[in-house]
Write a protein that binds this ligand. Structure first.
Ligand code: SAH
Length: 254
């Protein structure tokens, strides 16, 4: 079998965030599969065919791309940010895990990209400077109750929390419930960073405290970083504040 499947991260938006490795892999592909808005970011080359699909079709998309590659072609699957973070890399692995035996012999490579939480953090300082975790607020693939349990555990464990997928049209109330939940555990002054469409022309970065956080500030293109008890805000005259989490913790809090 001579086909290849590359699972490629496009970074958060702007072409400058695309790695050289990702750019080379995109150039080499004969066929590119992906969620339509991600494919729209990539210029189509004369030798290439794009196969756009809709959101929530990851499993079908992965299987279609694998079948195409198995026929002996150089095929790419793209994700925004990093393909391993709430994206196509796991869908491809799962398809290989559960699919026909011959898929296991396919040459597969994963090309990393800058994930949204790193791009947002870099805009405001170093909120992820100490221990942190990432949670998807989407309850499409897991029960809401589990998300609440993980929010409780993460906040109590002192992790800074990067919240992916805070809101979508089909999930209007979840982010509000998450904020309520976090207010049970964290001080009202805890900083929250809302990073919207980072790396794109309509980028917005906003810092608020937990008591003032409004659910309307987040949409599908927003990543929210919730500080820990240690996270600090550095107010600067004439400049945006810096948000950072110090690298050292002196003692275990009660
Ligand atoms: N694989 C992607 C994440 C896919 S989940 C990555 O590594 O970044 C989709 C979620 O990612 C969105 O709901 C949003 O929370 C976040 N996201 C993706 N791109 C973003 C961007 N440019 N700015 C802010 N958040 C973004």
């Amino acid at each position: 079998m001579t086909g290849t499947l590359s699972v490629i991260g496009l970074g958060p938006g702007d072409q400058r965030y695309l790695t050289e490795d990702a750019s080379d892999a995109l150039h080499a592909a004969e066929a590119i599969y992906g969620y339509r808005p991600y494919l729209d970011r990539i210029p189509i080359r004369s030798h290439q065919i794009h196969y756009p699909s809709e959101n929530r079709e990851e499993g079908l998309r992965a299987a279609a791309a694998i079948r195409h590659a198995v026929r002996g072609h150089n095929v790419a699957v793209v994700s925004g940010g990093d393909p391993g973070v709430f994206a196509m890399a796991a869908a491809v692995c799962e398809a290989i895990d559960t699919g026909p035996e011959e898929w296991r012999t396919l040459d597969v490579e994963f090309v990393p990209g800058i994930t949204a939480m790193l791009a947002v953090a870099a805009r405001i300082g170093a909120p992820l400077g100490h221990d942190f975790c990432a949670l998807s607020l989407s309850d499409n693939l897991k029960p809401w109750e589990l998300i609440e349990q993980r929010l409780d555990a993460a906040a109590n464990a002192g992790f800074v929390i990067a919240l992916y997928n805070p809101v979508s049209r089909a999930r209007p109330w979840q982010f509000g419930r998450a904020i309520e939940r976090l207010r049970r555990h964290l001080p009202t002054t805890t900083p929250l960073v809302f990073g919207r469409a980072v790396g794109r022309t309509d980028e917005q970065i906003k810092m608020v405290t937990l008591d003032a956080a409004e659910t309307a500030s987040a949409d599908m293109a927003t990543l929210v970083i919730v500080g820990s008890r240690e996270t600090r805000v550095v107010v600067r005259p004439g400049r945006e504040p810096l948000v950072y989490t110090p690298r050292a913790v002196a003692e275990v809090s009660a």
